[in-house]
Unconditional design. Structure first.
Length: 333
């Protein structure tokens, strides 16, 4: 889908990788641990899917070489975005849409699954820069998730599996009412965002697709690093708002709800950006990209994505309409 046809509502209301599941990121299985044999699941973190060959596709060798070259499906999840997954810091396990889809993908491919991470023993990446560094280092093959119109780090993307509304969150006493860009884009206004995420790129006018309307803020200031210049996770960006250090936060509703539910903050009604999230793989992985798009369309029809959204308790998101999957290397029929 071209950038000019995207649904953009500007003023309308509306490294070290963590080995999980008994598999390390190199693809070697940890001694004495075999999640597929012990649990019948691709990973110990899976609650859906199976390692039953009867549930698997006949996967082309080129697809396996691009998506699971070590014989293991290595998945890198940006856990700073709750629309991908949530990390339980106590158990160091992931849950969410990305996890359920990865488990079902590993089932279809009949390969074990590992969720990599940049902190030893902990799966996932807390920020976009951390995930990007790991991907460029070759720590994983399949990433969750990106909108290619907004961000491209040398990747190709599958059909989107999730559409996500982005809104502004402000203190309850804020004078802002509708949350349109025109309303909040004022001199002296500070807006915090997670570093490198969709809202950050859009508000700074740094979208990857030059055909997509992406002028950026003209007056307000985007705050996407801490005082020392380090990247911000969405949680850290939210804390800046909670601590009164910025005037607004920009992001997804499910991220904003915990603060909004305190009664001290309001989610403004305008959807200033709709983000289309899809899995990404290395540029040139055309057979892998095609296979992932076919998988996403299958998961839509089966109701698995809607089910995963419900399991994760996400709001302000929807399953995209069905799309035709074109031939390999031909994303636009």
């Amino acid at each position: 889908m071209s950038g000019t046809n995207r649904k953009l509502l500007l003023a309308c209301c509306g490294a070290v990788a963590a080995a999980c599941g008994g598999v390390d990121p190199s693809g070697a299985r940890a001694p004495g641990s075999s999640p597929s044999a012990e649990s019948g699941l691709p990973s110990a973190m899976c609650s859906v899917g199976s390692m039953d060959p009867s549930d698997a596709d006949s996967v082309d060798g080129a697809v396996l070489a691009q998506l699971a070259p070590t014989g293991v499906l290595r998945v890198g999840v940006n856990v700073g975005n709750v629309n991908n997954a949530r990390l339980d810091p106590a158990t160091k396990t992931l849950s969410g849409v990305a996890v359920e889809l990865a488990c079902r993908l590993a089932t279809k491919m009949n390969v074990p699954l590992v969720f990599t991470g940049n902190i030893a023993g902990t799966p996932g990446y807390p920020t976009v820069p951390a995930q990007t560094t790991a991907f460029l280092n070759g720590d994983f093959e399949v990433g969750f998730s990106v909108d290619p119109i907004l961000r491209n780090i040398g990747t190709v993307s599958a059909h989107p599996h999730l559409w996500v509304e982005n809104h502004f969150l402000v203190p309850a006493s804020s004078p802002y009412a509708d949350g349109s860009l025109a309303e909040v884009d004022q001199p002296g206004v500070r807006i915090s965002v997670g570093t490198g995420n969709s809202a950050d790129l859009f508000l700074k006018g740094q979208c990857a697709d030059p055909t997509f309307p992406c002028p950026g803020l003209q007056h307000a200031t985007v705050v996407d690093t801490d005082a020392a210049g380090a990247p911000l996770s969405p949680a850290q960006a939210l804390k800046l708002l909670a601590d009164g250090k910025v005037d607004a936060f920009a992001g997804a509703v499910s991220t904003e709800l915990p603060l909004a539910n305190t009664g001290n903050f309001r989610i403004l009604p305008t959807v200033f950006l709709e983000v289309h999230l899809g899995m990404f793989v290395k540029d040139g992985s055309l057979e892998g990209q095609h296979y992932l798009s076919v998988f996403v369309e299958w998961a839509k029809k089966k109701g698995f994505i809607e089910e995963a959204i419900g399991d994760a308790g996400l709001v302000g998101v929807q399953v995209p309409p069905d799309e035709k999957v074109c031939g390999v290397g031909n994303p636009d029929c």
